[in-house]
Design a protein around this ligand. Sequence first.
Ligand code: 5GP
Length: 484
Amino acid sequence: MDDSRIKYAEAFKYIAKATNSSLPLTKVLNSIAKNTTKALRAAGCAIMLLSPQKEHLNIIAAHGLSDLYLRKGIVNARKSLPDILDGKVVTIFDISQDEQTQYPEAAETEKIGSIIGAPLLQKGDIIGEVRVYGKEPKHFSKGDADFLTTVANIIAVTLERNNLYQMLTKAERPEKTSRRKKSTETPKPTPQSLRQSIFGHPSEEEFAKLLDFYRLEWLYEPRSFPLAWENGKVTEMFTPDFYLPDLDLYIELTTLKQSLVTEKNRKVRRLQELHPEINIKLLNKNDYLKLLAKYGYRAAGGAKVEGINRVLLSHTQIQRRVQALAEQISRDYAGRQLVLIGVLKGVICFMSDLMQHISLPLAIDFMAITSYGSGTESAVKITKDLDTDIANLHVLMVEDIVDTGMTLNYILGHLSSFKPATLRVCTLLDKRIRRLADVPLDYIGFEIPDEFVVGYGLDYHGEYRNLPFIGGLEPKLIEEEQLK
Ligand code: 5GP
């Protein structure tokens, strides 16, 4: 057996022992990182999980690297070694000559020469990465890549097992279940629940859960800021608890204990002196509930948004998708006279955001309708017709949601009678499973399950339209006829 194989075998011996021990998850992962580093004679190793929107990487365990390097900044999964997201093992022979590293200066200070990274896969889905950092420029061998792939598989299984364990122990504690929660669906392990074992304090976990509820992206301690130096060496550092990419905001949580508040305040002030470009807030629980409320997440008073049982699509998810739709529409309609037509009132938020991102001259018009009955029995009456003559124009019907498709079917029939040059449909939400009328949808924001949703223009008895996200309503609030 050559020397490398002996090293891999030795590492697996300790990795297997740690994985099968009763140690807490973070200790098991740190041990895997340590033995992986040793086997590859490297400087260090980091195990990272992807954020829910698969944009950022959160470090959950590491070995051999300084805190300053580990927390060098937000690791963007699409900028830093992006091929790992395609499921590949990526090697960088010499960091100083490569453009795939996001923080080359930090790597130089840490004296890191090379990197090998492998994806963490759970049933074909990429949930994170394991990266090993070489001391100097190095050609990693096929054996190294195979070794790291196996380590990545062991990590993925360890995380899944831990998650199943958490779910099982939770299941033993019976909770009040609502009608909808009684579904036979098996809950899927989520990266969020895996991440909950990484927090230093219960208040951090509580805050993260609230952010998860609103589907606000968060990173835990992604960056350390040096605050003081002596003879060129860092003597004081500050690692804020959270970073919220959607708000570009760092958050340090604090309790009401005055001595801690004073010390943390000093650090926050010093950080702002050194980095005026950084947004940071020191928050206690009341403050963060108020902050969420300020951004439209009506969490003031500790309650979740009244009547909302879950957030399906966050504000950021909606904004990203609307922008992508608008870009596609701008390309498709270049050089044509475009008219957007919406049906009041549910479409107002979508129409407003969509048209602002379309980079073409366009006109808009609205219709209003009332509908009676339900399903195939439903009848639609127009209460406000178009102001524009759409003959020979390129009409794009903008819809908030297509459910049975009966309303849209009627409206498309009505609009065709005006002989537009073309007539297409763009809907933000598609509840395809409920479709009765076969209506063609040309642009679709999101396909959603059979669930009554509100927010971002959509109402329930005139309420909830101004929520910045789309959420599901507590089933008990929905009348029987709407569940049919
Ligand atoms: P359809 O004719 O396709 O069944 O229904 C379309 C209309 O029903 C939508 O324009 C919307 O007004 C309403 N609708 C359908 N599903 C939902 C929902 O989940 N939430 C809300 N607020 N309205 C819905």
